[in-house]
Design a protein around this ligand. Structure first.
Ligand SMILES: Nc1ncnc2c1ncn2CCCCCNC(=O)c1cc(-c2ccc(F)cc2)cc(O)c1O
Ligand SMILES: [Mg+2]
Length: 214
């Protein structure tokens, strides 16, 4: 059967990484995607910045927008304290199925709940259906044209509290200029830019951290 790239990435991990070892699985994905096939995982250079900000935040509640193959989900999950709640939203059912298997192999499936669907349809249901109050940390890594509307949706749904940390991928490449404009000009956010490079590439990219001030 014609395989898709994401299935080849998962197969490579299942055959070459150590089951139950999140860091080894992250390293295996990076090895495959830098040597064999490029894929839109956040990657190790931006991943190390992600790790640092997650560790500093030490969140009890995490939301990720854009699961893909589960690379950033595995990176974040291995840093979370016991009992932390981690929800990740993925619109593409095939990618969600790949990520589910990735989380199982990594031994983090008890820490992460994959919500299949679009962010715009799931975010308004998070309080009622998923018993969430607010999020301490939000990793934004889905369509860049959803960054602003979903940030506003999170505000409107009362899912942010004073100190909530939003971290957005790809603010330079592919780019999210309206998001940068929004958070940098809104008094309710304190922003920090982290210049880096596009995963498995020398193109410039960056992460933007926006801390909600309440
Ligand atoms: N409304 C929703 N809710 C949830 N998931 C949703 C959604 N809507 C869609 N999706 C499903 C996620 C779509 C993937 C998002 N990520 C990306 O599109 C992405 C692309 C590149 C990239 C870079 C250079 C290139 F030449 C080409 C591509 C790099 C990255 O790091 C990326 O994260
Ligand atoms: Mg990305």
């Amino acid at each position: 059967m014609a395989q898709i790239k994401e299935q080849r990435i998962l197969d490579y991990v299942l055959q070459n990484a150590i089951k139950g070892n999140p860091q080894n699985i992250v390293d295996a994905i990076d090895k495959y995607c830098s040597e064999m096939e490029w894929a839109m995982n956040v990657g190790n250079e931006k991943g190390l910045i992600l790790d640092k900000i997650v560790s500093e935040t030490n969140p009890a509640t995490v939301l990720e927008l854009g699961t893909y193959c589960g690379y950033s989900g595995v990176r974040i999950a291995q840093l979370l304290k016991p009992g932390a709640c981690f929800l990740t939203i993925e619109k593409n059912p095939v990618h969600a199925a790949i990520a589910k298997q990735m989380f199982e192999f990594a031994g983090v499936k008890e820490k992460i709940q994959i919500l299949e669907g679009s962010s715009e349809e799931i975010i308004p249901k998070l309080k009622s259906k998923y018993k969430v109050n607010t999020f301490d940390f939000i990793f934004i890594d889905h369509w860049s044209d959803r960054y602003v509307p979903d940030t506003k949706l999170l505000e409107e749904c009362g899912l942010l509290k004073k100190g909530s940390v939003l971290l957005a991928d790809n603010v330079v490449y592919p780019g999210a200029p309206d998001f940068l404009q929004y958070v940098r000009n809104c008094v309710r956010y304190e922003c920090t830019n982290y210049p880096s490079h596009l995963e498995y590439s020398d193109k410039e990219d960056a992460l933007e951290k926006a801390v909600f001030k309440g």
